[in-house]
Design a protein around this ligand. Structure first.
Ligand code: AMP
Length: 288
């Protein structure tokens, strides 16, 4: 694996690969890698010939009171994990390298970016879409792999690719979970022992929603109440939102059907955790 820190050098390397007929598969991350990220690398390996991973903690997508400064970072460990899993080129630019040309302009996701996560984190998705567009322009990938874990991000990136005619194929990888169901996240390291144990109630609440739906409950309000009850009873937690929505627009549905998404965000101590399930998806709640 080669590590590259500048846009110019990455472009030179990739144009040689492209000229040799290689398909470029891209995995954008903020580092502090875990098995969820590495499963994106597996998908990239399957779909492409050259796997590029970026590690960049993007300041544009953090609010002023969020965790940009304390976001976990460990380049030495990430380097080993990425190389062992089959990343060919690791792009790890500095903030100055990424934003040398300025950082005023934003790609905005409009209404779809201001609900759910966007309502709690104003400007977050504009920061995400802007950096993803920049990275797509730098890497020019044939394939880009994203995790279902950040489902609103996936819907917005899909829409950006479509509406801006970007020649990229999006591959979405299912959520990778710890053995007890907690969705893997770089932010899980923030959790204390007691918080880590309360955090299990997120996936449990989704299991309860799934079970309720399988029993025939199709009213979104009833499903939301099931989720809220599990969060409260098994973790003492209250969600920021419990979204019961269609997978394309993430707009609330009147009736729960196969493919309906249940997405939630839950503060656990000082840490916000997110999780989701697509109803009728056989792999949704499998651990690991
Ligand atoms: P991040 O480093 O948090 O920006 O995440 C980089 C990519 O990894 C995003 O596409 C995430 O959706 C994906 N990802 C993060 N956690 C998981 C997980 N538990 N399972 C699958 N994909 C994940």
């Amino acid at each position: 694996m080669d590590e590259i820190a500048t846009i110019a050098e990455l472009r030179t390397r990739l144009s040689a690969e492209r000229a040799a007929g290689k398909r470029i598969a891209f995995v954008p991350t903020m580092g502090f890698l875990h098995e969820g990220h590495l499963r994106l690398v597996d998908a990239a390996r399957r779909e492409g010939d050259v796997v590029v991973m970026s590690i960049f903690v993007n300041p544009l997508q953090f609010g002023p009171n969020e965790d940009f400064d304390r976001y976990p970072r460990d380049m030495a460990r990430d380097r080993v994990l990425a190389a062992d899993r089959g990343v060919d080129l690791l792009f790890a630019p500095s903030r100055d390298e990424m934003y040398a040309t300025g950082s005023e302009l934003r790609i905005t996701g409009a209404a779809a970016a201001s609900r759910w996560e966007g309502a709690v984190r104003p400007g977050h998705f504009d920061g995400v879409l802007t950096v993803v567009a920049k990275l797509f322009n730098i890497v020019a990938p044939d394939i880009a792999c994203f995790g279902q874990k950040d489902i609103q991000q996936v819907t917005l990136v899909r829409r950006m690719i479509r509406e801006l005619d970007m020649p990229v194929r999006l591959v979405v990888v299912p959520i990778v979970r710890e053995a007890d169901g907690l969705a893997m996240s770089s932010r899980n390291v923030y959790l204390t022992g007691a918080e880590r144990s309360a955090a299990r109630s997120l996936s449990r609440s989704l299991v309860a929603a799934d079970a309720g739906w399988r029993r025939g409950v199709t009213d979104p309000g009833t499903i939301a109440a099931l989720v809220a009850a599990v969060l409260h009873e098994s973790g003492g937690l209250v969600a920021d939102y419990i979204a019961i929505v269609d997978p394309e627009q993430l707009a609330p549905v009147a009736q729960v059907v196969p493919g309906t998404v249940i997405a939630l965000a839950v503060p656990v101590g000082r840490t916000r955790l997110i999780d989701n399930i697509i109803l009728g998806d056989a792999h949704a709640l499998n651990a690991g």
